[in-house]
Design a protein around this ligand. Structure first.
Ligand SMILES: C[S@@+](CC[C@H](N)C(=O)[O-])C[C@H]1O[C@@H](n2cnc3c(N)ncnc32)[C@H](O)[C@@H]1O
Length: 283
């Protein structure tokens, strides 16, 4: 597949929001705009969650065992996800693939926020595999850093409904700890939450991790994709899976991925997740 054939196609609600929100932001006072945005966003999220429950009903009646498990986990983990059901479904699918193919290594996510896709990989690995893989979840746990020059194209950093300033997409280490060690009853021998900027944590942690079966990159920006690729891709096992969540939505993430794949002559196909993310396998 041609890289430029992979594009982000927003839903109808997303397209309407892309037109309406900038207008509202211009005409309304900041505080009022933020309150209206928060009400609309949480209303939309709970509408999507209800719609997915309906879908689960049909999957339960007509789907395979794997589809039933996937739908059950999506309903459970949607409240913790910023990427919605398609990101969660893709996290399920790639974990199932890695488990069924017996790919050696740990599960790593760089860009965890409130833990949705991280938890999906953890739960899936436990339920369809031996559960013995270690999970490494890297994040500042302080939200996004500023984008850098490499993130911009024509003055924009990506195809978003609204801008992503420093500190957005926040999930704290306490929130993710409560999900991993409380709700999902993981032990600290199984899950490591590594707090800090990738630039600071990955150079030393990459000598602690032995091998990686799934490397999920969800840090939005150029540096936040490039740095994990440089430090962690060499640890991915043959046949291991690399997910780039923001490939078609964030210009810098696509640029860092294309540069890295070209530099290392990685020609395995890019598979789409249906919402602008991609995944590929290490040859
Ligand atoms: C879009 S969110 C991740 C969404 C998450 N995977 C989910 O399931 O909802 C992006 C995350 O990447 C983190 N991040 C981005 N760049 C980073 C960097 N350079 N160092 C550490 N964390 C970073 C942010 O803190 C934020 O939590």
């Amino acid at each position: 597949m041609q890289n430029n054939a992979i594009v982000y196609r927003p839903t109808l609600a997303g397209r309407i929001a892309k037109v309406l929100l900038p207008v509202m932001n211009k005409v309304l006072p900041n505080g009022l705009y933020a309150s209206i945005y928060n009400v609309l966003y949480s209303g939309y999220k709970s509408y999507l969650a209800r719609k997915y429950i309906l879908r689960r009903f049909f999957v339960n009646a007509f789907g395979s065992d794997d589809e039933r498990l996937k739908a059950k986990l999506v309903v459970k983990l949607l409240p913790y996800s910023m990427g919605g059901h398609k990101a969660l479904e893709n996290a399920f699918d790639v974990t199932l693939l890695a488990e069924r193919d017996g790919i050696v290594g740990d599960i790593v996510e760089c860009g965890v926020a409130q833990g949705g896709t991280a938890a999906m990989m953890l739960e899936t690995s436990r339920l369809v595999g031996s559960g013995s893989r270690h999970k490494w979840f890297f994040d500042s746990y302080e939200g996004l850093p500023e984008p850098t020059l490499e993130d911009y194209e024509n003055g924009k950093t990506g195809d978003f409904i609204r801008p992503l300033p420093k500190g957005s997409c926040l999930g704290t280490i306490e929130q993710v700890g409560e999900l991993m060690f409380g709700v999902l009853s993981s032990s600290k021998d199984e899950v490591s939450l590594v707090k800090g900027w990738f630039q600071d944590t990955l150079p030393s942690m990459s000598s602690v991790i032995k091998s990686i079966a799934i490397l999920r990159l969800d840090g939005d920006w150029y540096e936040s994709t490039k740095i994990p690729l440089e430090h962690l891709y060499p640890l991915v096992s043959p046949g291991g899976i690399v997910v780039i969540d923001d490939y078609a939505t964030c210009f810098g993430s696509r640029r860092a991925t294309d540069e890295y794949r070209n530099l290392h002559s990685i020609n395995t196909p890019l598979n789409e997740d249906g919402r602008g993310g991609i995944w590929f396998r290490k040859p």
